[in-house]
Every structure is written in structure tokens, then in C-alpha cells.
Design a protein around this ligand. Structure first.
Ligand code: GAR
Length: 207
């Protein structure tokens, strides 16, 4: 069985990357991580990836004259590794329209809220301060507008009265680690069909 080649982009801790690496380590998983790319040389995710025997590359955005040059190098690395699906996993750079257009419906992102509620940053704090009763996480296809692409999977996490940003983030993260590998599996099995902005999940037999 030839597995779908996945490139994971990280900027930090890399726990979602690790969840993907663990899932892809199973014999029957239809995807494999070909490379992990970090825009930050000190990202903990790099060491985590290396501990799985996954190739790692640093493309430090501060070393490039502009976004075009930075993204050109990221694209070069991804193509060198034959990447067929890009997974953003705590990657904290906004990708340009040109980058997104180069990989149409081939970039996934995980976001720690129930989109379209709370796009952007520090969203667990914002959900608590807003008084929301539920939050969660979303895996979606990436489009040029930030956190706005077609939704693949979501998980709901209730917000408790005594939640802090950290306790809520930890419970959401558990769900992220569950749904991101599942979304990659569905993509690899060609079971995601995008109709306008709605993602239909095909049953296994129809894929
Ligand atoms: C995760 O909670 C992810 O959803 C979030 O950053 C964290 C990265 O953790 N991503 C975003 O906020 C993207 N806008 P990780 O490095 O341990 O996977």
C-alpha cells in the first residue's frame, strides 16, 4: 500500500504533530509524515519529530527578505519530500494567497475553537471571557482568509465555571489529538468531498 505523504508545519511544541506521527505509525494508517518543517529553529516539535525518525527542516522566516522568499523555500522543501498533503500544526505564520493556491484543498489546519467562533489567537481565553458554555476544536481546509476554510471535523468541549485558559486549553488539546489524525485518515482515504464550503464525508465503500 502506498501511503499519502504528509508534510507537517510547526512553530512550537508540536504535540499535534506527535499525535499525527503516532497515528501514522500504525500499520494500517493510509498516511505517513515525510517531513516536519519549522519556521523556528528552537521549536520543540523538531526534536519530537526526530525522535520518531521523521526528517526535519528549519526554514527560519527571519532569515528571508520577505514572505515570498520564505514561502518559496518552504515549498521547495515540501516538494523535495514529495508532500501530497500539508498539515499546519501550531504553525503561527499566515500563508499567502499564492501559497494556498499552489496546494488547492491540500492544506489542513487545526484550530482550538469551534469555528467560526473565535478565530485568531488566544482563543481559549476569549471563549472564557465571552462566557461561552462550549468550545472545542476544528480541523479545516486552509483558504486565504484566516481560520475560515471548509470544516472537516470538530469536537465539542464544555467550558466549566472554574476553567482557566490553561485548563480549557488542555482539555481541548486532548480532542485535537483525537480529531486531527482522524481528519488526515479521511483525507488519505479520499473520503472528503468539498461541495461549495461544505465538506461531505463519504462512507468507506463510496470513496
Ligand atoms: C494547538 O492548540 C493548535 O490548535 C493551536 O496551537 C496549538 C499548538 O500546539 N493552533 C492555533 O492556534 C492556530 N491558529 P502543538 O504545537 O502542541 O500542536
Amino acid at each position: 500500500m502506498s501511503r499519502l505523504k504528509v508534510g507537517v508545519l510547526v512553530s512550537g511544541r508540536g504535540s499535534n504533530m506527535e499525535a499525527l506521527a503516532e497515528a501514522c505509525g500504525a500499520d494500517d494508517h493510509p498516511a505517513e509524515i515525510s517531513v516536519v518543517v519549522s519556521n523556528r529553529p528552537d521549536a520543540a516539535g523538531l526534536e519530537r519529530a526526530a525522535s520518531f525518525g521523521i526528517a526535519t527542516e528549519v526554514v527560519d522566516h527571519t532569515a528571508f527578505a520577505d514572505k515570498v522568499a520564505f514561502e518559496a523555500e518552504v515549498i521547495r522543501v515540501l516538494e523535495e519530500h514529495g508532500v501530497e498533503l500539508i498539515c499546519l500544526a501550531g504553525f503561527m505564520r499566515v500563508l499567502s494567497e499564492d501559497f494556498v493556491a499552489r496546494f488547492p484543498h491540500k492544506i489542513l489546519n487545526i484550530h482550538p475553537s469551534l469555528l467560526p467562533a473565535f478565530p485568531g489567537l488566544e482563543v481559549q481565553r476569549k471563549a472564557i471571557e465571552h462566557g461561552a458554555r462550549f468550545s472545542g476544536c476544528t480541523v479545516h481546509f486552509v483558504v486565504p482568509e484566516v481560520d475560515a476554510g471548509p470544516i472537516v471535523l470538530q469536537a465539542v468541549v464544555p467550558i466549566e465555571q472554574d476553567d482557566t485558559e490553561d485548563t480549557l486549553a488542555a482539555r481541548i488539546l486532548e480532542q485535537e489529538h483525537r480529531i486531527y489524525p482522524e481528519a488526515v485518515r479521511l483525507f488519505a482515504e479520499r473520503r472528503l468531498r468539498i461541495e461549495d464550503r461544505v465538506v461531505r464525508i463519504l462512507p468507506q465503500t463510496e470513496a
